[in-house]
Design a protein around this ligand. Sequence first.
Ligand code: ADP
Ligand code: ZN
Length: 816
Amino acid sequence: MSTTPLGDARPRVVKVAVALPVPGTYSYTLPDELAARVEVGACVLVPFGRRSAVGYVVGLEAPAPAELELKPVQDLVGETPPLDPAMIEFLLWAADYYLAPPGEMIRAALPAGAFAQDSRRVRLLDRAARGRNAREQRLLEALLAAADGELSERSLRRQVGPLGGALVRLCERRAIERFEAAATPRVTVRREDTFALARTPTDEERRRLERAPRRAQVWARIAAAGGAPVALSALRELPRARAHAIALTRAGLLARGQRERLRDPFQGEPLPPHPAPVLHARQAEAVGALESALSRGGFAAFLLHGVTGSGKTEVYLRLIASARRSGRGAIVLVPEISLTPQLAARFRARFGDDVAVLHSGLTDGERYDAWRRLRAGGVGIALGARSAVFAPVRDLGVIVVDEEHDGSFKQEEGVRYHARDLALVRAQRAGALCVLGSATPSLESYHNATSAARLTLLELPERATPRPLPTVEVIDLRTHRPDRDGLLSAPLAVAIEDTLGAHEQVILFLNRRGFATFLLCRECGFALRCRDCSVTLTLHRARGAVVCHYCGAAAKRPDACPQCKAGRLAELGVGTERVEAALRERFPEARVGRLDRDTSSGPGLRRILSAMARRELDILVGTQMVTKGHDFPGVTLVGVVLADTGLHLPDFRAAERAFQLLEQVAGRAGRGSEPGRVLVQTYNPQHPAIACAARHDYFGFVRAELAARAELAYPPVARLVAVRIDGPDPTAVRRVAEALGQAVRNACARSGGAGLSVLGPAEAPIARIRGRTRWQLLLRGAARHALRAIAWQAVRDTRTPARVRVAVDVDPMSAL
Ligand code: ADP
Ligand code: ZN
C-alpha cells in the first residue's frame, strides 16, 4: 500500500457495474488524480477485456493487498455522478431480482444518449469476405473503406440503409464482429447568454440611449430585472436584442454571463384551465385515506379500484398537490403517454411547469433536460411511461401507477423489468406512498389487496358524472350472422345508424390491424407466411403490401398463389383497415377515422385524437389504442367487432387480458351527458371474460379466474420464471433448451423439489421470429427466491454456443 499516503483513509478500490451484458461487478483501482473526485454513482471509463467500457461506480472500498494487481480506472466521465447512492442501491436490487446485468440496469435508468453511452460497433474480420447479396456486399464495402475496418452501427445504417439480417448473417460467417465501445455523449448541455445590469448609466449615456429607442428597450428590460441576469431567450421579441446587449456590455453598462438553457417542448404552449371539481363522497374518502397516510410518513401502498370514469385521476391530482405542498415530489406512470394527451394536459393545467412530461416523442436533448430539471428539484412531478419509474425526483413522496394492469409496464427487451412492481419497491425504499389505480386491476394486485393484504384497497364503485356505466349487449354471432363482409351483425349495424342519426359518436374496436390477417390460395390451400417468422402475413391494402407483424418484413401483394401459380388468393381474417373500408361504403355520409399503429405515428396520432375530441369524426375504428383512457363525451356507442380474437391464445393471461380490454373499451361509452351503449359481437358469449364484462362484474371475473389459476398453480397464486432460448439454428437451440431443462431438473431434485415444477422445455407457441427459433422453459413454484436461484444456476452451468441466446424472464407476462 505504498501508494496510499499515511493517514489517508480514502478508499482506493472501486466496484464498477460495466454497461455490458455481463453479470456482477468488477473492481478497479483508482489512480491518485481521480481519487478525490470519484463517488458512488459516478460514470467512469474502465479497461474491459481488450477494450474500454463505460461503467458506473457502485461501491468504494479499502483495497485488500491482493487487489493492488487490479487495473486502474481510465477516466471519469462527467463531473457530477448521474445517480445518487440510494438510486444505485435500488438499481442493484432490481438487477439482482430480475437476474439482469447490473450495468445494463443502471444504464436503463439514465436518459438515452447522455453519460457516455456505449455505442454498438462493427469490425471487419475477414478482408476477403464477399457478400451473398447486394446488401451484405455494400455493408462489407463500407467497412473496408472505413478507418481500421470499423464503424458504428449507426453510421453503417446511414451509409447502407436498413441492415436487416445482413449483420447477423455476416457475424455468423465470422466475416465481421459486433462489439460495444465507449462513445462521447451525443447529448450535451446547452448554454445561453445572459445579461445583467452592471452600473447605472451616466447622463450622457442616457441621452445617447434616448436617441436609440431599440437599444433603450433592451436596456430597459434588463434594467427592470434589478441586477438579476436576464436570458437572451427572454428578449426574443426585441429586434437584434443580442447585438444591442453586446454593445451595452462593451460600454460597461451590462455584464455578460452564461447559464444552462433547458429544452422544454411545452414552452409557450397555452394551458387550458382545468379547475378542480368538488370531490364526490367516495373520492373524498379515498383522498382522505391517502393524505393521512402521506402525513403519517413512511411507506404505504394502495390499490385504487375505480370503474371507468369514476374520477381516479382527480384523486391522483389531489394527493400529488398535497405532497407538493409539503415539498415532496411525485412520479406518475401511465401506459402510453402519447396515446393520452388529455391526461398530460390535465396535469399541466393543474401543476403548470412543475410537471415534466416524459413521452416517446422527446428528443434525447429534451429528455436529458427534463431529467436534469427533476434532479435539480426545479420540477417536482414526473409523468411518463414505464422508464419514468427511474425519474430522479427529489424527496419522493408519491408514485402513482395509472392503469396498473396494462401490459406496457413490462419491459420485454434487454433488461426485463416490471415498472409497477419496481414502483412498489422504490416507494418502499424511499418511504413514499404508492398508489396503483385501475378499473380492472391485474390479478396480482387484486390478490395483493385481498388475500395477501399488501395493498390497502380503495374503491370508487360509481362514475363521477351522473351517468351510470353503459349497458352491454352481447351479440351471439352464431345466430346473428354478420353481413357478407363478415363484419357487422344486423343489431350492430342498426345501432351505428341510430347513433349517427342522433349526431353522436361511435367507437369500433377490433384488436387486429391491416386489411386481411392472411391470404389463402383457393386452389391449393397455400397460406402466405413470413420467411423468418412462423406467422401468416397480413395484407395492408392501402400499401398494396403483405406485412409480417413480428419482424416488419414487407413485400408486394402477389397476384396469384406463389405455390401453384394459378389460384387466386382469398383475403381472410378481418383487420381494422377492412372495417374502416366497409364502414365508408355502408355509411358514406359518416366521417370515419382509424387509430392503429399504421395510421398513428407521431403527429398523425394527435390529429386523429383531437379530431375525435372536436367531434370532427363520427366513427373511430381502432385496435387496443382506442381502449386506453380517452375521455370523449360525444361517444355513446362502442362496438366490439370480434371479442374472440385474443381469447384462445395459448397463454395463461389470455382471459384476463380479454376481460380488461372489453371493460376498458366499454368504459369509453357514455362519458358525457348522454347514456352509453356497448355491443359486443362474439362466437363465445358464455366465456367468463365476455359474460362478466357484459355485467361489469369485475369481482365475478377475478374470483373465477383466481380459482382457475390456483388450480393450475399459475400467478398470482404461484410464481413463474421463464427461461427463453433462441437462435438461428433450430438444432443448436433445441440442444441448449434440453440441456437447460436437465440442469433445472437436477437442481430441483437437489433442493428436494421445494414445491417447484418445471414446464418444458418446449418450442414457443410462436416458434420462429426474425429467423430465430424459440424455445422456452417455465419454472413454477411458491418460493420466488428458490425459483430465481435455480434458474440462475442452470443458466450459469449450461454451456451455450455464441449463436444461441438465453434470457431469464422473472415474472413473465406472456408465454408466447
Ligand atoms: P378515471 O380516471 O377514473 O377514468 P377521470 O378522473 O378521468 O376518471 O374522471 C372522469 C370524468 O369525470 C372527467 O371528465 C372528470 O373531469 C370528471 N370528474 C372527476 N371527478 C369529478 C367530480 N368530483 N365532479 C365532477 N366531475 C368529475
Ligand atoms: Zn416476420
